[in-house]
Design a protein around this ligand. Structure first.
Ligand SMILES: Cc1cc2nc3c(=O)[nH]c(=O)nc-3n(C[C@H](O)[C@H](O)[C@H](O)COP(=O)(O)OP(=O)(O)OC[C@H]3O[C@@H](n4cnc5c(N)ncnc54)[C@H](O)[C@@H]3O)c2cc1C
Length: 375
């Protein structure tokens, strides 16, 4: 079990302070923003209720190219997606590979890339204008980032909570063991609208079920899928997963990752969008702290960048809504058609383009990648 590194008791001293940039949330989105602010000469403060990498939030599967672009460590690599339906299993040969990684390791590596930011554990409770309230005191900053996940804590007004919010539900278990297949199940016997998965990651396998309908509970099918796969249903972790974009700037605050609904509908892939939009936001903030842009311009431009992706995200949401309505036998036939090399190259090529790692840019690659390229 991971050890708790969060500051407790006497170590929890007040943090009444000012910063140029306050990043709330130190998971994928927040860490990507901090990385882009490295050596910008700004006072960047990053807050999270847990220590960096302490609390895993996902199965940690991502296109390998993203790990390579950022010089991050992988655990296991897959060239195929094994797709189980009630009537057939298809092995889809991907035009690019997918990898699993260790949450704590990758968060630590990202943190290193944004090490100029000061990090403190604190629970963010709310905001009044430019003042963010935490359980360790108030922080004042002209540039405030909410990378706090689906709760969107710093948004103005009443927040929409599940099950009414645009959220899916995901739960997985992490038994020890190994496997060779990155597999998904599109099978109503597990979940009426959603899918199950099994992601091997070195010494453990992450088996879970996600439901697009937030009212449908996923514990029983998660346990059943794990048992069907001869895995122990132990070490649970789950969360709500947004499946619709929300305004990326509101009331002077920048929202990124799950707090802006950047997670992709249908596949619930939220890590690379969090990194992608985090990098874009970090660059906007860098322009502000370097005096090349006003805060208002950055709010406007970042919100427009995020909204510019809306139609693609809505198209994915359309497929998310359509798939559960397709009769299982028709789905099996569709899957057969999808196995063609041409279709796989086309569809997965477009899918990668939704949040492509080229945004990292050659000049921005981490030294470890530069060294690997030079070798
Ligand atoms: C079971 C499951 C499996 C998944 N598997 C995958 C996968 O394999 N691949 C993939 O791409 N996506 C996956 N996702 C989706 C992915 O986890 C999210 O989209 C992604 O984590 C979003 O990153 P983020 O940085 O925006 O938010 P988060 O990762 O949710 O991070 C939010 C951060 O804010 C902190 N925080 C929250 N509230 C407070 C507060 N009040 N005060 C201080 N700190 C706070 C949290 O501790 C956390 O560190 C999965 C999701 C689930 C639920």
């Amino acid at each position: 079990m991971p050890t708790r590194a969060t500051r407790r008791g006497a170590e929890r001293t007040p943090i009444d302070t000012d910063a140029d940039v306050l990043i709330c949330g130190a998971s994928f989105a927040g860490l990507a923003v901090a990385r882009e602010l490295q050596r910008a000469g700004a006072r960047v403060l990053m807050l999270d209720r847990y220590d960096v990498g302490e609390r895993q939030t996902s199965a940690c599967g991502i296109p390998t190219q993203w790990l390579e672009a950022l010089g991050l460590s992988e655990q296991q690599r897959f060239g195929e997606l094994v797709c189980h339906t009630p009537h057939r299993t298809a092995r889809l040969r991907l035009p690019w590979t997918f990898s699993t990684f260790d949450y704590r390791t990758v968060c630590g590596e990202l943190r290193e890339q944004g090490s100029d930011a000061v990090f403190e554990t604190a629970k963010v409770e709310g905001r009044t204008g430019d003042v963010v309230h935490t359980d360790r005191g108030d922080v004042r900053a002209p540039l405030v980032v909410d990378g706090l996940g689906w709760r969107r804590i710093l948004a103005p007004g009443e927040n929409v909570q599940p099950p009414e919010a645009w959220l899916s539900r995901g739960l997985e278990v992490h038994p020890g063991g190994s496997g060779d297949d990155l597999a998904i199940w599109i099978d109503r016997s597990y979940v009426p609208a959603g899918y199950g998965w099994s992601f091997p990651a070195g010494h453990e396998v992450r088996v879970g079920v996600g439901s697009f309908d937030p009212r449908v509970h996923v514990k029983e099918p998660t346990v059943r899928l794990a048992r069907d796969e001869a895995r122990d249903p132990i070490r649970f972790q789950g969360n709500w997963i947004p499946h619709r974009l929300r305004p990326a700037a509101a009331d002077g605050v920048f929202f990124v990752g799950d707090s802006a609904g950047h997670c992709l509908p249908l596949t619930a892939e939220g890590i690379r969008p969090a990194l992608y939009f985090g990098i874009a936001l970090g660059r906007e903030l860098r322009a502000v702290v370097e005096g090349r842009r006003t805060r208002e311009d950055a709010l406007h431009s970042y919100a427009a960048f995020s909204a510019g992706h809306r139609w693609k995200w809505e198209a994915m949401l359309g497929v998310q809504r359509a798939v559960p309505r397709v009769a299982p036998r028709l789905l099996t036939a569709a899957l057969r058609a999808m196995e063609s090399r041409r279709f796989l190259d086309w569809s997965f090529g477009h899918y990668l383009e939704l949040a492509h790692p080229r945004i990292v840019g050659p000049g921005r690659a981490h030294p470890r990648r530069a060294a690997a390229l030079a070798a």
